[in-house]
Design a protein around this ligand. Structure first.
Ligand code: G4P
Length: 286
């Protein structure tokens, strides 16, 4: 479900998260490992008001493992705890409580020194729509608690889910992505985080294909049996030729024998999102 964010929604989302900050020790900022910057909220530092934060890169199963490693290093250099998970299968999620304890170690040690037995670490998951918040909560809880799909503004009684030594709020904080930068919009649309209908589907596929030609040509060439790599990726005609070649291979033909570029675009985007074009990341830190 795609949310239309208006300034009023943003203010409300921000206020809802800030109210919850009072209840918790730690924020788990969930981002998409395929687009670690574009899937972040532009005001996240300001919104979280210095709360200890762990950056969890989700959908790592779909991302390029080598680039994910670079991102982990990048986030750690910025002083954040960072790790990658696949919330759908649960890979990596055991590390979340471990990292949470490490992150709050000083505070816990101080309490212990004063003879206070520290209570469970309380955490809140925040992230933009579709990043996998509900999937992660359900996976961590081992049962279905959070409904997938987002409805900003709909509130319900909050509960804590006890997971080992941490307690997680069952309702995640929903944040908005950055809209001003058109490339951010395209990256989000390519991965399906926002519906491509908001943008033009052919433009979205064009953006994706251009990136694939540049960074993941071999996988794409193999999948679609392509033989001619574009020489000049800045020449739009050469990218469109690749899209047409895919369309021809996939039978996306209209009367007169022309390629139906919209259909071809949908084929490419569907394959890309399902991981059929290999594990790929659409932005790199260095
Ligand atoms: P949200 O609460 O943050 O909005 O996200 P949600 O959990 O609903 O997850 C959005 C989609 O992402 C879901 O697909 C979910 O299965 C998928 N997903 C979540 N985590 C992972 C992951 O680690 N790896 C992969 N590959 N997929 C993940 P869906 O319900 O099928 O939605 P859609 O595919 O119809 O968009």
């Amino acid at each position: 479900m795609t949310i239309q964010w208006f300034p009023g929604h943003m203010t409300k989302a921000r206020r809802q998260i800030q109210e919850k900050l009072k209840l918790i020790d730690l924020v788990i900022e969930l981002i998409d490992a395929r687009l670690p910057l574009s899937s972040r909220n532009p005001m996240i530092d300001e919104i979280l008001q210095g709360k200890p934060r762990m950056i969890v890169m989700n959908k790592a199963d779909l991302a390029d493992p080598a680039v994910s490693q670079e991102w982990i290093v990048y986030f750690k250099e910025q002083g954040h705890a960072a790790l990658q998970v696949d919330a759908q299968t649960g890979t990596g999620i055991k590390d979340i409580p471990v990292q949470a304890k490490l992150l709050l170690k000083e505070k816990i040690d101080r309490q212990l020194a004063k003879g206070i037995n520290p209570r469970a670490i309380r955490a809140l998951i925040v992230g933009i729509p579709n990043v996998g918040k509900s999937t992660l909560i359900n996976r961590m809880a081992g049962r279905n608690i959070a409904a997938t799909g987002d409805r900003p503004g709909v509130t319900k009684a909050q509960q804590w889910i006890k997971i080992g030594e941490i307690e997680l709020l069952d309702t995640p904080g929903i944040l908005w992505p950055k809209f001003e930068d058109q490339n951010v919009g395209y990256r989000l649309a390519v991965t399906g985080a926002i519906k491509e209908e908001i943008l033009n589907v052919e433009d979205v596929a064009f953006f994706g294909v251009k990136y694939l030609v540049q960074y993941y040509w071999d996988t794409m060439a193999e999948r679609y049996g392509l033989t001619e790599k574009p020489q000049d990726i800045e020449n739009p005609n050469e990218i469109v030729e690749v899209m047409e070649a895919v369309g021809r291979k996939r039978g996306c033909i209209v009367s007169g024998g022309h390629v139906d570029l919209e259909k071809a675009s949908l084929v490419i985007l569907r394959d890309l999102r399902a991981g059929k074009l290999g594990r790929l990341t659409l932005e790199s830190p260095y």
